[in-house]
Design a protein around this ligand. Structure first.
Ligand code: COA
Length: 330
């Protein structure tokens, strides 16, 4: 049976660092408050870089790690909630600039769960025999959609991109993506929103740019999102493990979406996990939405943490309210 294995990983983080003390000069907050409530110390800010440009840098890093030919990539998925254009999609820019001349592709919108959703789509295409090498790029220019007068949201997010290539491989060498579970709680979607430019409160001819500007920022009921995240993680982790026929003790590494260290600590407590088994980098980058999990995967590889044959569990949750998890053999 054909499996889909992660054959390359990449990341890109902008150089510009905004520390908590730096944020405290912009909005009424403090390093102590942010660290205690979120675990974040600093975040990266894209300085004039478009979303597709950050995505391309992560994609190039990923292709270098893969050591393959971009001509052999047959499917490009970009996950982002901060595209530069409604159309063309970001995937078309990545495919063209990388030289994926035979690829089709699209952007996938599932907020912070984007990478988990994309992994499942890529895995399904490979197992159906419709693709051999799928490039996933998860990229977020979050600081472009933050209201820097709203201290309850602007301290949480940062910019960055992560990428992975999934390749068809024969069972026996590596099981790759072993199981996945995706879910959506649309009934609660209003607790985390970023309105688009198309605003339906007025007739289109009554609307001006001034009317809609300022409404494109992240708006969030933090307490409700926190509560949702706790339940979503448990459901997704339990279902992904059940589908894999595994238990929590079989997993060497847990890679949760980096939203808040307290959510991650709650997860560790719930499953009696040593924090050493959970990879975190939220202190350096904040919440980079869908980019957070692939950035973690790349950093784990760079730090020599991943051993071939080990099992990892990724779990994501966010706007939608979307959530999901997957079990992977490295
Ligand atoms: N700096 C200083 N004080 C702040 C602050 C900031 N950046 N943001 C909020 N506060 C204040 C509040 O105004 C409030 O003050 P009050 O008691 O005088 O009214 C106090 O801190 C407590 O606010 P509260 O909202 O109860 O804090 P919290 O412990 O719930 O933490 C979040 C807030 C946003 C960090 C937390 O709810 C959270 O992480 N939610 C999940 C968010 C998330 O992960 N979203 C993305 C999901 S993908």
């Amino acid at each position: 049976m054909v499996c889909s294995c992660i054959s390359g990983m990449g990341k890109y983080l902008p150089d510009y660092i905004l520390t908590n003390d730096g944020l405290a000069e912009i909005v009424e907050t403090s390093d102590d408050w942010i660290r205690e409530r979120t675990g974040i110390r600093e975040r990266r800010i894209s300085h004039g870089e478009a979303t597709w440009q950050m995505a391309l840098k992560a994609a190039r890093d990923c292709v270098a790690d893969w050591q393959g030919n971009p001509q052999d990539i047959d499917f490009v998925i970009v996950t982002t909630l901060t595209p530069d254009y409604y159309t063309p999609n970001t995937a078309s820019a990545i495919a063209a600039e990388l030289g994926c001349d035979h690829a089709f592709g699209f952007d996938l919108s599932a907020a912070c769960t984007g990478f988990v959703y994309a992994l499942d789509v890529a895995d399904s295409y490979i197992k159906a025999g419709k693709a051999n090498h799928v490039l996933i790029v998860s990229v977020e220019n979050m600081t472009r959609i933050l209201d820097f007068t709203d201290r309850t949201t602007c301290v949480l997010f940062g910019d960055g991109a992560g990428a992975a290539i999934l390749s068809a491989c024969e069972d026996g060498n590596n099981r790759g993506v072993i199981s996945s579970y995706l879910a959506l709680d649309g009934g609660r979607r209003s607790v985390l929103t970023v309105p688009a430019t198309v605003c339906h409160e007025k007739m289109p001819w009554e609307e001006t740019v001034a009317d809609t500007n300022g409404h494109h920022a992240v708006m969030m009921d933090g307490t409700e999102v926190f509560r949702f995240s706790i339940g979503a993680i448990t459901e997704a982790v339990d279902k992904a493990l059940e589908r894999a026929g595994l238990t929590i003790d079989d997993i060497a590494w847990f890679i949760p979406h980096q939203a808040n260290i307290r959510i991650i600590q709650h997860f560790a407590h719930r499953y009696h996990l040593d924090m050493e088994k959970i990879f975190t980098n939220i202190d350096k980058y904040g919440n980079t939405s869908s980019a957070s999990i692939p950035i973690c995967l790349k950093e784990m590889k760079e730090q020599g943490k991943i051993q071939k044959g080990q099992l990892g569990l990724i779990v994501g949750f966010g706007g939608g309210l979307s959530y999901g998890a997957a079990v992977i053999e490295f």
